[in-house]
Design a protein around this ligand. Structure first.
Ligand code: PMV
Length: 313
C-alpha cells in the first residue's frame, strides 16, 4: 500500500511564540496565518519490511527518524512496517516553515495509511506534537490557532495577496524554534507583555483581514513580528536570528511602501524576510528588490487548500 500527501507552508501574520502546555503543545497566545502555494512538502508512506525515513532523498539522521517514529505511534502500534519518504521543495529548517508543511503532510498521510479516520480535533492534537505551527497547514487560506488549542479558518478576501520571500540565508538555523521558544518563556522579561500584545493583535488582525484593510494588516503584522523578535532578544542568552542583510531588506520594504508600492514584511525564527504585497504591486516590488541586489526571491499566492491526500494505491 502506498499513500502520498501534499502540504504547504503557512506564514503567520500574528506569531505563535511560547508553549503554555509543552506536552499537548498549547500556545500562550492566538496566532493567525495564511497558507501559501509555495514551499511544499510531499510525503509518501509505503508498506515495507522495516522502518526507514528518507528526507530530501537522503537517509535521515537517527534523531529525525526517532521523531518521525514517535509521531507515527499516534496512528499505529507497528511503526516498523512502513517506509516514509518526505521531500521539501525548499531549504529545510531555514525558517521557511518546513516543519509546518512536513508534519501536516505526515499527519494526513498517516491518518489515511493506517486507516485511523481521526476526526479533525484529534488530528489537530496529533499534528501539533510534530510542530505547533503545522496545525495551521492542515487548512488553507487564513487560519487562526487559538490558545484553547482550537483551530478555525477565517473567511477573508485575500485572493489578490502575494508573497515574496527574500532569501538571506539557506542554512539550517543555529537554534531551533522549539529551543528558542523555551528559552524566551523561561528568561525574557518581556514575555508576559508579548502574550498580551499578541492576543490583542490576533483580535485586531481578524477584523482587518475580514475588512480587507491591507494597511492595517501590514501594520499589525510587522509590529507583531518585531515584538516577537524583541522578546527573544531580551532572553538569556539573547536569541538573534536577524542578519545585517535582513535589516537592510526591512529598511527597503518600509521605503518602498512609503513610495506607494503596497507591501509589508514579517519575520519568523530565521533571517529570511517574508514580504506580503498585492497582485497590482508584486511585479514592481520584485523589480525594485532585484535592483537592490536581493536576487534570491520566491513568489507565491495564497493556497485555499491545506494538506491533502494526493495519491494512493
Ligand atoms: O511550529 P514551530 O515550533 O516551528 O514554531 C514556529 C514559530 C514561528 O514560525 C516563529 C511563528 C509562527 O507562528 O509560525
Amino acid at each position: 500500500m502506498f499513500v502520498k500527501a501534499t502540504s504547504f507552508a503557512n506564514f503567520a501574520l500574528v506569531k505563535y511564540w511560547g508553549k503554555q502546555d509543552k506536552e499537548k503543545i498549547i500556545p500562550y497566545n492566538d496566532s493567525i496565518s495564511i497558507t501559501w502555494d509555495i514551499f511544499k512538502t510531499y510525503t509518501i508512506l509505503e508498506t515495507s519490511s522495516r522502518f526507514s525515513f528518507t528526507l530530501n532523498n537522503q537517509r535521515a539522521s537517527t534523531k529525525e527518524s526517532e521523531k518521525v517514529k514517535a509521531f507515527l505511534r499516534h496512528f499505529t502500534d507497528d511503526v516498523e512496517r512502513v517506509r516514509v519518504m518526505s521531500q521539501n521543495t525548499f531549504p529545510t529548517a531555514a525558517g521557511l516553515a518546513s516543519s509546518a508543511s512536513a508534519f501536516s503532510a505526515l499527519a494526513k498521510a498517516a491518518n489515511h495509511f493506517f486507516g485511523c479516520n481521526y476526526d479533525s480535533t484529534t488530528l489537530e492534537a496529533i499534528t501539533r506534537k510534530g510542530s505547533g505551527s503545522a496545525v495551521r497547514s492542515l487548512y488553507g487560506g487564513v487560519v487562526r490557532w487559538q490558545r484553547d488549542g482550537r483551530v478555525r479558518t477565517i473567511d477573508a478576501p485575500i485572493e489578490d495577496y502575494r508573497l515574496v520571500v527574500i532569501m538571506i540565508d539557506e542554512n539550517k538555523k543555529a537554534i531551533s524554534s522549539r529551543d528558542a521558544m523555551e528559552r524566551t518563556v523561561a528568561t525574557s522579561p518581556f514575555f508576559n507583555a508579548w502574550v498580551d500584545q499578541a492576543n490583542t493583535d490576533a483580535n485586531k488582525m481578524e477584523h482587518a483581514l475580514k475588512d480587507g484593510d491591507f494597511t492595517q494588516i501590514g501594520q499589525i503584522a510587522t509590529q507583531n513580528a518585531m515584538t516577537m523578535h524583541a522578546t527573544m532578544l531580551a532572553a538569556t542568552p539573547p536569541i538573534l536570528y536577524l542578519k545585517d542583510k535582513s535589516m537592510e531588506a526591512l529598511a527597503l520594504i518600509t521605503e518602498l511602501n512609503n513610495e506607494g508600492i503596497e507591501c509589508f514584511y514579517t519575520l519568523d525564527a530565521g533571517s529570511n524576510v517574508k514580504v506580503i504585497t498585492t497582485k497590482t504591486h508584486v511585479e514592481t516590488l520584485v523589480k525594485r528588490l532585484k535592483s537592490h541586489q536581493f536576487t534570491k526571491l520566491y513568489q507565491g499566492k495564497p493556497s485555499f487548500k491545506g494538506a491533502f491526500i494526493s495519491d494512493e494505491g
